[in-house]
Design a protein around this ligand. Sequence first.
Ligand code: HEC
Length: 168
Amino acid sequence: MKYVFIFTLLILGAAGGLMGAAVVVRWSDNMTQTARILPGERVFRMPAGGVPRGGELVIPKEQRDVAARQPNPLRASADSIAIGRQHFGTFCAPCHGAEGKGGVTGPVATKFIPPPDLTHPELQKQRTDGYWHSYIVVGGAVMPAYGEALSSHEAWHIVNFLRSIAQK
Ligand code: HEC
C-alpha cells in the first residue's frame, strides 16, 4: 500500500514537472519564433486604391479630367463661402489678389507669372467645381499644390467662395 502511494506521488510529480517545463520552454522561446516585422525592415506596397483612415483619395494632376467630374459635396451656404473666403485670404490672396482678379493686387501677384482672373464669367463657366478643387489639392501648371495645407473639405469651401465672386 505504501508503495502505491509513493508511486502515485511520483507520477503526479512527474506530470506537474512536465507541464511546468512546457510553460517555461514556451515562455522563453515562443516569442522569438513567431513571425515578426520590425519597423523599417520591409516595405509593404499599399493595396491599390487604399486610403488612410479619415483621408480621401487624391486624384493626381495627370487625371484632372477624372477629378473634374467629382461633384461638390458642400452646399454653397453663407457659412461655407465665409470659410472659403478666410482660407482664400490666407493661402491664395498673395498670388490671386484678395478679389481673385489675378495679377492686380497682392505682394506676389504683381511679380509672379500673372494668375488668371478667377472672377471671369468665361473661365467660371468652363471649369467644373471638381476641376478647381483638383487645382487647389494637387496644383496647376505653375501653381503650387495645397493638398498638404488644406483638407479636401476646406478646398471645397474655397471653390464655393470662388463661385460667389463670379462676375455676373
Ligand atoms: C504662388 C502663387 C499662387 C498661389 C499661392 C495660388 N495660385 Fe492659383 N494660380 C497661380 C497661377 C500662376 C495660375 C495660372 C497658371 C497655372 O495654371 O498654374 C493659377 C491658377 C489658378 C486657377 C485657375 C485654374 C484654371 O485654369 O481654371 C485657380 C482656380 C486657382 N489658381 C486657385 C487658387 C487657389 C484657390 C489658391 C489658394 C488655395 C491658389 N490658387 C493659390 C498662382 C498661385
